[in-house]
Design a protein around this ligand. Structure first.
Ligand code: GAR
Length: 198
Protein backbone atom coordinates (compact mmCIF):
# COMPACT_ATOMS: atom_id res chain seq x y z
CA UNK A 1 0.00 0.00 0.00
CA UNK A 2 1.29 3.45 -0.89
CA UNK A 3 2.12 5.56 2.16
CA UNK A 4 0.88 9.15 2.56
CA UNK A 5 3.40 11.83 3.51
CA UNK A 6 2.66 15.20 5.14
CA UNK A 7 5.49 17.73 4.83
CA UNK A 8 5.82 20.63 7.29
CA UNK A 9 7.69 23.77 6.23
CA UNK A 10 8.25 27.36 7.37
CA UNK A 11 10.05 28.92 4.42
CA UNK A 12 11.21 28.44 0.86
CA UNK A 13 10.63 24.72 0.94
CA UNK A 14 13.47 23.59 -1.32
CA UNK A 15 13.72 20.28 0.54
CA UNK A 16 9.94 19.88 0.32
CA UNK A 17 10.12 20.35 -3.48
CA UNK A 18 12.77 17.62 -3.75
CA UNK A 19 10.68 15.27 -1.58
CA UNK A 20 7.52 15.89 -3.63
CA UNK A 21 9.41 15.47 -6.93
CA UNK A 22 10.85 12.17 -5.70
CA UNK A 23 7.49 10.57 -4.83
CA UNK A 24 6.59 9.28 -8.28
CA UNK A 25 6.43 6.00 -10.17
CA UNK A 26 7.32 2.98 -8.02
CA UNK A 27 8.09 5.14 -4.97
CA UNK A 28 6.33 3.64 -1.93
CA UNK A 29 4.88 7.02 -0.85
CA UNK A 30 2.92 9.99 -2.14
CA UNK A 31 2.57 13.53 -0.76
CA UNK A 32 -0.82 14.18 0.87
CA UNK A 33 -0.21 17.60 2.44
CA UNK A 34 2.26 20.49 2.61
CA UNK A 35 1.63 22.58 5.73
CA UNK A 36 3.30 25.83 6.77
CA UNK A 37 3.12 27.84 9.99
CA UNK A 38 3.99 30.94 7.91
CA UNK A 39 1.25 32.19 5.60
CA UNK A 40 3.81 33.76 3.25
CA UNK A 41 6.09 30.70 3.00
CA UNK A 42 7.31 30.47 -0.61
CA UNK A 43 7.00 26.70 -0.39
CA UNK A 44 3.21 26.85 -0.18
CA UNK A 45 2.89 28.31 -3.67
CA UNK A 46 5.39 25.77 -5.02
CA UNK A 47 3.44 22.88 -3.44
CA UNK A 48 0.16 24.16 -4.90
CA UNK A 49 1.80 24.43 -8.34
CA UNK A 50 2.86 20.80 -8.00
CA UNK A 51 -0.74 19.83 -7.25
CA UNK A 52 -0.21 18.96 -3.56
CA UNK A 53 -2.93 19.98 -1.04
CA UNK A 54 -1.69 22.80 1.20
CA UNK A 55 -2.60 24.23 4.59
CA UNK A 56 -1.49 27.11 6.79
CA UNK A 57 -1.58 26.88 10.58
CA UNK A 58 -0.20 30.24 11.73
CA UNK A 59 1.32 29.96 15.21
CA UNK A 60 0.94 33.67 16.00
CA UNK A 61 -2.79 33.78 16.93
CA UNK A 62 -2.04 31.12 19.57
CA UNK A 63 0.15 33.70 21.37
CA UNK A 64 2.61 31.23 22.83
CA UNK A 65 0.03 28.58 23.74
CA UNK A 66 2.02 25.72 22.27
CA UNK A 67 -0.44 23.01 23.17
CA UNK A 68 -3.33 24.80 21.44
CA UNK A 69 -1.14 25.43 18.35
CA UNK A 70 -0.08 21.78 18.25
CA UNK A 71 -3.66 20.55 18.74
CA UNK A 72 -4.64 22.53 15.64
CA UNK A 73 -1.60 21.23 13.74
CA UNK A 74 -2.53 17.66 14.62
CA UNK A 75 -6.15 18.23 13.62
CA UNK A 76 -5.18 19.59 10.19
CA UNK A 77 -2.45 16.99 9.58
CA UNK A 78 -4.55 14.02 10.68
CA UNK A 79 -7.42 15.08 8.41
CA UNK A 80 -5.14 13.87 5.58
CA UNK A 81 -4.32 10.59 7.43
CA UNK A 82 -0.59 10.54 6.66
CA UNK A 83 1.55 7.51 7.45
CA UNK A 84 4.70 9.65 7.64
CA UNK A 85 5.32 13.29 8.64
CA UNK A 86 8.44 15.01 7.27
CA UNK A 87 9.76 18.17 8.88
CA UNK A 88 11.55 20.12 6.15
CA UNK A 89 12.71 23.44 7.53
CA UNK A 90 9.80 23.60 10.01
CA UNK A 91 11.12 26.16 12.48
CA UNK A 92 8.94 25.60 15.54
CA UNK A 93 10.02 23.73 18.66
CA UNK A 94 7.66 20.79 19.19
CA UNK A 95 6.50 19.44 22.54
CA UNK A 96 6.45 15.84 23.66
CA UNK A 97 2.71 15.71 22.97
CA UNK A 98 3.31 16.36 19.28
CA UNK A 99 6.42 14.22 18.90
CA UNK A 100 4.69 11.41 20.84
CA UNK A 101 1.63 11.57 18.58
CA UNK A 102 3.83 10.88 15.52
CA UNK A 103 6.38 8.65 17.26
CA UNK A 104 8.10 6.28 14.84
CA UNK A 105 6.66 8.03 11.79
CA UNK A 106 8.14 11.54 11.83
CA UNK A 107 11.44 12.52 10.16
CA UNK A 108 13.48 15.71 10.25
CA UNK A 109 16.40 17.08 8.27
CA UNK A 110 18.97 19.05 10.22
CA UNK A 111 21.88 21.00 8.68
CA UNK A 112 24.72 19.49 10.73
CA UNK A 113 26.40 16.18 11.33
CA UNK A 114 24.39 15.26 14.43
CA UNK A 115 25.05 14.83 17.31
CA UNK A 116 27.13 17.97 16.64
CA UNK A 117 25.37 21.34 16.59
CA UNK A 118 21.75 20.77 17.54
CA UNK A 119 19.61 23.90 17.25
CA UNK A 120 20.34 27.00 15.18
CA UNK A 121 23.37 28.61 13.45
CA UNK A 122 24.92 25.23 12.70
CA UNK A 123 27.17 26.45 9.88
CA UNK A 124 28.63 29.40 11.77
CA UNK A 125 29.27 27.12 14.75
CA UNK A 126 31.06 24.50 12.61
CA UNK A 127 33.28 27.17 11.01
CA UNK A 128 33.95 28.80 14.39
CA UNK A 129 34.99 25.46 15.85
CA UNK A 130 37.56 24.98 13.07
CA UNK A 131 35.85 21.83 11.76
CA UNK A 132 37.07 20.58 8.39
CA UNK A 133 33.77 18.98 7.42
CA UNK A 134 30.08 19.66 7.83
CA UNK A 135 26.94 18.08 6.49
CA UNK A 136 23.34 17.19 7.13
CA UNK A 137 21.40 14.51 8.96
CA UNK A 138 18.00 12.89 8.49
CA UNK A 139 16.72 11.44 11.73
CA UNK A 140 13.58 10.16 13.38
CA UNK A 141 12.03 12.79 15.60
CA UNK A 142 11.86 12.07 19.32
CA UNK A 143 11.05 14.32 22.29
CA UNK A 144 14.56 15.80 22.47
CA UNK A 145 15.45 18.56 19.97
CA UNK A 146 17.43 17.32 16.93
CA UNK A 147 17.86 13.91 18.52
CA UNK A 148 16.47 10.49 17.64
CA UNK A 149 17.77 7.59 15.56
CA UNK A 150 19.90 8.72 12.62
CA UNK A 151 18.65 7.45 9.26
CA UNK A 152 21.28 9.09 7.07
CA UNK A 153 24.03 11.66 6.73
CA UNK A 154 25.83 13.43 3.89
CA UNK A 155 29.14 15.23 4.36
CA UNK A 156 30.82 18.19 2.67
CA UNK A 157 34.23 19.78 3.21
CA UNK A 158 34.55 23.14 4.96
CA UNK A 159 36.87 25.30 2.86
CA UNK A 160 39.32 27.82 4.38
CA UNK A 161 37.50 30.85 2.96
CA UNK A 162 34.00 29.60 3.83
CA UNK A 163 31.31 31.91 5.19
CA UNK A 164 28.23 30.49 6.92
CA UNK A 165 26.16 31.28 3.80
CA UNK A 166 28.61 29.58 1.42
CA UNK A 167 28.73 26.51 3.64
CA UNK A 168 24.94 26.48 4.01
CA UNK A 169 24.54 26.45 0.22
CA UNK A 170 27.00 23.54 -0.10
CA UNK A 171 25.19 21.59 2.63
CA UNK A 172 21.77 22.34 1.10
CA UNK A 173 22.73 20.64 -2.17
CA UNK A 174 23.46 17.53 -0.12
CA UNK A 175 20.19 17.87 1.82
CA UNK A 176 18.44 17.70 -1.56
CA UNK A 177 20.19 14.37 -2.30
CA UNK A 178 19.88 12.88 1.16
CA UNK A 179 16.30 13.56 2.22
CA UNK A 180 14.56 11.95 -0.79
CA UNK A 181 16.73 8.84 -0.49
CA UNK A 182 16.22 8.59 3.26
CA UNK A 183 12.44 9.04 2.91
CA UNK A 184 12.23 6.40 0.21
CA UNK A 185 14.06 3.87 2.37
CA UNK A 186 12.01 4.76 5.45
CA UNK A 187 8.72 4.44 3.55
CA UNK A 188 9.84 1.01 2.37
CA UNK A 189 10.48 -0.03 5.99
CA UNK A 190 14.28 0.20 5.80
CA UNK A 191 15.65 1.86 8.96
CA UNK A 192 19.32 1.11 8.25
CA UNK A 193 21.64 4.06 8.10
CA UNK A 194 22.52 5.72 4.78
CA UNK A 195 25.87 7.52 4.39
CA UNK A 196 26.32 9.57 1.23
CA UNK A 197 29.79 10.47 0.04
CA UNK A 198 30.19 14.01 -1.39
C1 GAR B 1 17.31 23.51 5.58
O1 GAR B 1 18.68 23.81 5.50
C2 GAR B 1 17.03 22.61 6.77
O2 GAR B 1 18.04 21.68 7.03
C3 GAR B 1 16.95 23.64 7.88
O3 GAR B 1 16.24 24.71 7.31
C4 GAR B 1 16.50 24.77 5.90
C5 GAR B 1 15.19 24.81 5.16
O4 GAR B 1 15.40 25.07 3.79
N1 GAR B 1 16.28 23.11 9.02
C6 GAR B 1 16.57 23.46 10.27
O5 GAR B 1 17.44 24.26 10.55
C7 GAR B 1 15.73 22.77 11.31
N2 GAR B 1 16.23 23.08 12.62
P1 GAR B 1 14.25 24.79 2.73
O6 GAR B 1 12.99 25.50 3.22
O7 GAR B 1 14.77 25.39 1.46
O8 GAR B 1 14.05 23.30 2.62
Amino acid sequence: MTKGVAILISGGGSNMVKLVESMQGDHPARPVLVLSNQADAGGIRKAAEMGVPTAIVDHRPFKGDRSAFEAELIRVIDATAPDIVCLAGFMRILTETFTGHYAGRMLNIHPSLLPKYRGLHTHARAIEAGDTEAGCTVHEVTAELDDGPILGQARVPILPEDTPDALAARVLTQEHRLYPQALRRFAAGDRTRLDLAP
